[in-house]
Ligand binder design. Structure first.
Ligand SMILES: C[S@@+](CC[C@H](N)C(=O)[O-])C[C@H]1O[C@@H](n2cnc3c(N)ncnc32)[C@H](O)[C@@H]1O
Length: 494
């Protein structure tokens, strides 16, 4: 991922569900859910004093050997040597996994079992620092854009529906501060975005199975706290760089970080989760206001069991009326690309059966003796998607789980296995957990609809997505293709 914390993203794409692209401002009032109860009636959801102080303020290993290219150059312009190096590193990670089961940290807490190639990968991604990400990175436009989309989602959907920020003359409509759960928080790349959220955050809990990332997130938070805010000098919302509203610099929220596999295990056993309130049923009056899942939910779609565990965790942690926000690869794009690939292959096969001479012996899909069958694959200089096995001919992923592909993103992700999240199947499954979809928009559509927003437009300029003064879009066409691989979403717990 190529965000502040290696987010990543793909191409402009029609959503299959046009009606689904609901803007928050258009939300029906019935969406008040938890607020119907009246905030005053809500049980006190979380009391910092009751908690132990959280150190306050303070493929895939390649299944296949390198294959001789029949049409060099038609594939990604990532060189074969680079690919081989990536495969070797993936193999090394896999070998390491065979010998590693778990590690215990000095403070006596049990570290998560390092049993997963994804965790290994994220643990091994170096933290290069904000300056490098903003200036030297070859995908700095993509990083900035992904971060901006994440900020948009946080800005639009994290506040309670009836919340209005205060101004000099009018106080905020509510003094309620948000309880935020960031599943797959990684290195804490979104901490600053939460510090800038329109409705202040009281508590942020970050969960991730990658122990090294969790340590980096803690350090990031510690540095933020010591500076008094993400940009130093408390210059958050006060109108300075990154400021959204004219308000005094916010104090830093309380934060806790835990090593946790949120798709294989229940999160209920974590003290702070129980203290805030955990109940997957529809009447959960206590719980988090927001669960955020940025660029991470697709790892749960390895199996139905994992996807259900993930959804139970999300629904259990959310209060009635709470929001699940996030971004994932866009299954419409995956379906379209896979469908196109299989159609080309079918045409090839037919031509061969009919004895029609293929135009060139280097044509895609033609097998030489001993060569394995080609599978769906696409990308450009900065990203690449490769399915290791057969894909559905029509591009419709049925059943909904276990459709593995390998994803590569320059500088950020090295051939890590991911799983397709077939959107409609996910949406239906989410309903089983009282999660109702409110918003679903491909990244490039988010840009089109928000770039002229009075808050989010200027923010895009400060974040390096666009030149100042509504100038040039600073995301290259290749980065835009990578960005349009993603879609943003919001569900409400009803
Ligand atoms: C692409 S990173 C995104 C990090 C962060 N959300 C961001 O936007 O910068 C994906 C994250 O998902 C996490 N992840 C993978 N499997 C997970 C699981 N079972 N439970 C929770 N997080 C998981 C990874 O460790 C990694 O930190």
């Amino acid at each position: 991922m190529a965000g502040d914390n290696e987010s990543r993203s793909i191409q402009e794409h029609e959503s299959l569900d046009g009606n689904a692209n609901t803007d928050r401002r258009d939300f029906p009032k019935k969406r008040k859910a938890g607020n119907d109860l009246g905030n005053d009636e809500l049980p006190q959801p979380y009391n910092a004093k009751e908690l132990q102080p959280a150190k306050r303020r303070a493929a895939s290993p390649s299944e296949q050997p390198a294959r001789k290219l029949k049409r060099p150059g038609a594939r990604a312009r990532i060189s074969e040597a680079e690919r081989e190096a990536i495969r070797q590193r993936a193999l090394e990670r896999e070998r390491a996994l065979e010998t590693t089961t778990s590690a215990t940290v000095a403070d006596g807490r049990q570290r998560a079992a390092i049993n997963d190639v994804v965790t290994q990968h994220y643990n091994s991604v170096p933290e290069r620092g904000r300056d490098w990400r903003r200036t030297d990175s070859r995908i700095k436009g993509l990083r900035a854009f992904n971060n901006w989309v994440k900020s948009c989602i946080i800005q639009k959907f994290s506040p309670d529906e009836d919340y209005t920020p205060g101004t000099r003359d009018h106080p905020a409509s509510s003094r309620h501060e948000l309880l935020v759960l960031d599943i797959g928080c990684g290195k804490g790349g979104d901490l600053g975005k939460w510090q800038q959220a329109p409705q202040p955050v009281q508590l942020y809990v970050g969960l991730d199975p990658a122990d090294v990332s969790i340590d980096q997130a803690k350090e990031r938070y510690r540095q933020m706290a010591s500076r008094g805010g993400p940009g130093g000098g408390g210059g958050g919302r006060g109108g300075g760089r990154g400021g959204y509203h004219r308000r005094p610099p916010p104090r830093i929220f309380e934060a806790q970080f835990h090593i946790k596999d949120c798709y294989g295990q229940t999160i209920e056993e974590i003290d702070v989760i129980r203290q805030v309130g955990f109940d997957p049923g529809p009447l959960n009056r206590r719980g988090f206001d927001v669960v955020s899942m940025m660029f991470c939910m697709h790892y749960a779609f390895e199996s139905e069991e994992k996807a259900r565990t993930m959804l139970r965790n999300v629904a259990g942690a959310l209060k009635k009326g709470g929001r699940l926000i996030g971004c994932i690869p866009n299954s419409d794009v995956l379906s379209e690309r896979v469908g196109q690939f299989n159609q080309r292959m079918a045409e090839k096969k037919k031509r061969k059966e009919e004895g029609v001479e293929p135009p060139s012996d280097a044509e895609e899909g033609e097998l030489e003796e001993g060569e394995e069958e080609q599978t769906a694959e696409w990308g450009n200089q900065i990203y690449r998607v490769r399915f290791p096995g057969k894909t559905p001919e029509d591009g419709i992923f049925r059943p909904a789980f276990g459709w593995k592909y390998n994803f590569f993103l320059h500088e950020a992700v090295e051939e890590v296995p991911e799983y397709v999240v077939p959107w409609e199947a996910f949406r239906a499954l989410a309903e089983d957990y009282n999660l109702e979809m409110q918003y679903h928009k491909p990244f490039m559509e988010v840009w089109e609809s928000e770039k002229d927003d009075p808050v989010l437009g200027p923010l895009s300029e400060r974040m390096g997505v666009r030149e100042r003064g509504r100038g040039e879009f600073l995301v290259s066409p290749e980065e835009q293709e990578a960005a349009s691989f993603y879609t943003a979403f919001c569900f409400y717990k009803v």
